[in-house]
Design a protein around this ligand. Sequence first.
Ligand SMILES: NC(=O)c1ccc[n+]([C@@H]2O[C@H](COP(=O)([O-])OP(=O)(O)OC[C@H]3O[C@@H](n4cnc5c(N)ncnc54)[C@H](OP(=O)(O)O)[C@@H]3O)[C@@H](O)[C@H]2O)c1
Length: 256
Amino acid sequence: MNVLRQFSLEGKVAIVTGSSRGIGRAIAEGLAGAGAAVTVNGRDAETTQAAASAIVAAGGQSLAVAADVSNSTDVDRLIDATLERFRRLDILVNNAGISPYYKAAETMTETEWDEIMRVNLKGAFLCCHAAGRVMIPQESGRIINISSIGGTVALPRLLAYCSAKGAINQLTRVLAVEWAPHHILVNAIAPGFIETDLTKGLRENPKHLDSLIRQVPLGRLGQPGEIVGAAIYLASDAASYVTGQLLSVDGGWLAL
Ligand SMILES: NC(=O)c1ccc[n+]([C@@H]2O[C@H](COP(=O)([O-])OP(=O)(O)OC[C@H]3O[C@@H](n4cnc5c(N)ncnc54)[C@H](OP(=O)(O)O)[C@@H]3O)[C@@H](O)[C@H]2O)c1
């Protein structure tokens, strides 16, 4: 028996939110490479279409749906378009996220707090809720939430971001328990600092970059492609007895 077959996603259908760029795009390409048909998403129609077209050009199946995960009408459209095209939904990766502010807690405004919560927390809730409408009746499904090391440890100047990610960890655990009777497995991945647009500002400041790298036991930042294996694993039969877990892919940060 080929043991690697349990990692195959052949015949599965996935939605990866925020997959027009960065970690989400790498995960979408990875799931497609493992055999899944993948709906690619982002707010910008052009980059979303480009990411889906790249999957198709590489021999995979993909659909582009530009939608804002913090808007329930958009989320319903994302799910409905996927069902219309691929006829089922097996895997939801809640990856869409923002981190536009790096500032002292006392200077954060209510509007900034709400913006981060709306995308990073409410967005994941809305997508889980909408996916549940499909996964509960079919009595199967995988949900993978992209959290952060900031959901577990304090990252100063990222109060709202860390608060949202801590809540994502709890959303993962509660949903895992509530939906276990429906055979829907809910897990999270906690990346460390990864080289994407989201961390560009921090990385361009040599002082910040140096202090970040000093906190990583492996001594470097991660690449988007280094999150992919964890996502394929959690989406696959290989993880059939794993639910409610937070898998850190962080160069050892949380082990300190
Ligand atoms: N990079 C890191 O070091 C790191 C570490 C830990 C966790 N994470 C998490 O990993 C996830 C991906 O981060 P990343 O670094 O890959 O970010 P990124 O490069 O900035 O990409 C973010 C993606 O999300 C989309 N997006 C943003 N807001 C959206 C919305 N409201 N609705 C739909 N799509 C939206 C973006 O497309 P549009 O702009 O077109 O909408 C883009 O495709 C996030 O949840 C982030 O918190 C990242």
